[in-house]
Write a protein that binds this ligand. Structure first.
Ligand code: ZN
Length: 239
């Protein structure tokens, strides 16, 4: 009986982890010594150490089209697959992160808020186009990053940014990330009506019945060593 329980316990944890592709979320990539590494900041050396650990451990990246197709077909994710995402359109996503991703043969997903387009320290239209041309995915993060109660003009927050990014990249823009990871039923409905195929939040488990519009991500702490990142990714599917 005890052996049966152990085997059953393993099955349960495998089932749980199979439903959770680790989707990593980064924000600011900084110059070493300019900011403490934390949940919103990681210096470029530490970022590279984390990428190297993923690469050395056999990880490869998949992109949202593949993730969504596997979820829809109820197929398991490939072993050692992960997704790497970047929020808030910082210029360093192109100038620092993209070349490092390239070094380790990874592709990323870049969630852009369009209010910052072509502003100092943020991604320019040319940089966004270049990211898409390099095989990364450009996705939407609203116009001006509202709190849930701040969506005053749904078209301006959800439709116009999608159309604008499609014009810049020449590709469909069908993925969305909720600012602050925050969503409610009304926001989900509007995101669906705006033409998005799936949407990402942050640390919560996907909502039953709305998995594609509540996909979970792991905010990577810039203070984590590579080994700690791997550990957090292991826990990710079981909590
Ligand atoms: Zn954001």
């Amino acid at each position: 009986m005890k052996r049966f329980l152990v085997i059953w316990g393993c099955c349960l944890s495998l089932m749980a982890s199979a439903q959770q592709l680790p989707v990593l979320c980064y924000h600011n990539i900084t110059e070493p010594g300019t900011h403490k590494n934390d949940g919103l900041h990681i210096d470029r050396h530490q970022f590279e150490r984390q990428l190297k650990t993923l690469s050395d451990s056999g990880y490869h990246t998949i992109l949202p089209d593949e993730m969504v197709a596997l979820l829809q077909q109820r197929k398991p994710f490939p072993a050692h697959a992960c997704m790497i995402t970047f929020d808030d359109s910082h210029a360093e996503h192109y100038t620092v992160a993209a070349p490092l991703l390239e070094r380790y043969h990874f592709k990323g997903v870049f969630f852009v808020m369009t209010v910052t387009l072509n502003k100092p320290h943020y991604l320019s239209s040319a940089q966004i186009k270049a990211l898409a041309d390099q095989g990364h995915v450009v996705a939407s993060h609203t116009w001006d990053h509202p709190f849930p109660e701040g969506y005053k003009d749904w078209h301006q927050e959800l439709v116009t940014p999608r159309q604008q990014l499609e014009k810049i990249t020449g590709r469909p823009v069908v993925y969305f990330a909720y600012p602050f990871g925050a969503y409610n039923d009304s926001i989900i409905t509007h995101v669906q009506q705006a033409g998005y195929k799936a949407a990402f939040q942050l640390n919560h488990l996907p909502a039953p019945g709305k998995v594609l519009f509540t996909l979970r991500r792991l905010i990577v702490n810039g203070g984590w060593s590579g080994a700690q990142l791997l550990h957090e990714m292991t826990l990710y599917g079981t909590q």
